[in-house]
Design a protein around this ligand. Structure first.
Ligand code: BV8
Ligand code: ZN
Length: 263
């Protein structure tokens, strides 16, 4: 078990959380790291190493080689299906129960927050479980994964749209694509009205998601960060909890409400 960061920051963050009335939780790939879901930059393990995530996660890559890109997302969806929510995901769900109206905004395309009991997270970058037609945008069925484990690096021909026969694409937001307006508006609105924003496991490098904590700070909210590493968000965070989410978040919830490690 990683050591829990020195008490004072956790205690200070717990006092801030206990007093907060309007909370936003923003999560990035670090939230799911301890569930075994590689963060975006490490998502290229094994055979995928020869590719650059940012090059694969683009409409151009899908147009150029739909089987390679669809195969990568099938492999990632398969990895998410094998994963289980970690105590950090459950601690976030506890915060939402303890502070009604808490808005959970995630950059992650997995479904681990939902499976940990968080009600309808705002998915800024879409979801691995919402494929749609690349032409008419009609939702397409999620492959049930019965065609065996998509081997790492294997090309998989994308299914065809039942309506117009165009290739089905992953329901995620690629680099160079606009974020879903409804999700982005909901996130900005919540960040503008909150009194505390808890940012967890995000490098704060990808825009416009990286704007969300900055909007909150500019409008007077307190920002608390959970990340084992330093990020550009350090400068706006009132408290930096230097540690892994699955250890720090249960400690934070325990310190705030004495719920015991996973709430
Ligand atoms: C847009 C879905 C315009 C896909 C993703 C130059 C400057 C500024 C911006 C740009 C620029 N050039 C281009 C841009 C825009 C670009 C951008 O921001 N690029 C960056 C790289 C500079 N943004 C876009 O293209 C966005 N769209 O701008 O559109 C537009 C407008 C109107 C009309 C048309 C177009 C779209 C961005 C969304 C891309 N899609 N995901 C998929 O998943 O395949 S982004 C993806 O990468 C993730 O969702 C995440 O948001 C991002 C980063 O991923 P990771 O690094 O893995 O995760 P994260 O950043 O969260 O970092 C992991 C963190 O966890 C680390 O800090 C680590 O320390 C920490 N950690 C590790 N272990 C743990 C932990 N923390 C806690 N506990 C642990 N155990
Ligand atoms: Zn179609």
């Amino acid at each position: 078990m990683d050591s829990i960061p020195a008490d004072p920051p956790v205690g200070e963050a717990a006092a801030l959380l206990g007093r907060a009335r309007r909370v936003v939780v923003l999560t990035g790939a670090g939230m799911s790291a301890e569930s075994g879901v590689p963060t975006f930059r490490d998502a290229l393990t094994g055979l995928w190493q020869r590719y650059d995530a940012q090059a694969l996660a683009t409409p151009e890559a899908f147009r150029a080689d739909p089987e390679l890109v669809w195969g990568w997302y099938e492999w990632r969806r398969h990895a998410v299906r094998q994963a289980v929510p970690n105590p950090g995901h459950r601690a976030v769900a506890t915060i939402q129960t303890r502070i009604p109206g808490t808005v959970l905004v995630t950059q992650n395309v997995d479904d681990l927050h939902e499976r940990a009991g968080s009600p309808d997270p705002v998915h800024l970058h879409g979801s691995l479980f919402a494929p749609r037609c690349s032409a008419c945008s009609r939702p397409a069925p999620v492959p049930d994964g019965t065609d065996g484990e998509p081997a790492d690096g294997r090309r998989v021909p994308p299914p065809r749209c039942a309506h117009c026969a165009a290739p089905v694409r992953p329901g995620v937001v690629w680099f160079g694509e606009a974020l879903p307006p409804v999700a982005l508006e909901a996130a900005v609105e919540a960040a503008s009205a909150c009194d505390l924003l808890l940012t967890i496991g995000t490098s704060g490098l990808v825009y416009p998601a990286a704007e969300i904590p900055q909007v909150a700070a500019r409008l007077g909210a307190t920002v608390v960060q959970v990340n084992p590493e330093e990020t550009p968000l350090d400068r706006i965070a009132e408290v930096n909890l230097r540690g892994p989410a699955a250890t720090v978040l249960p400690a934070l919830v325990d310190a705030a409400w004495g719920d015991g490690p996973t709430g």
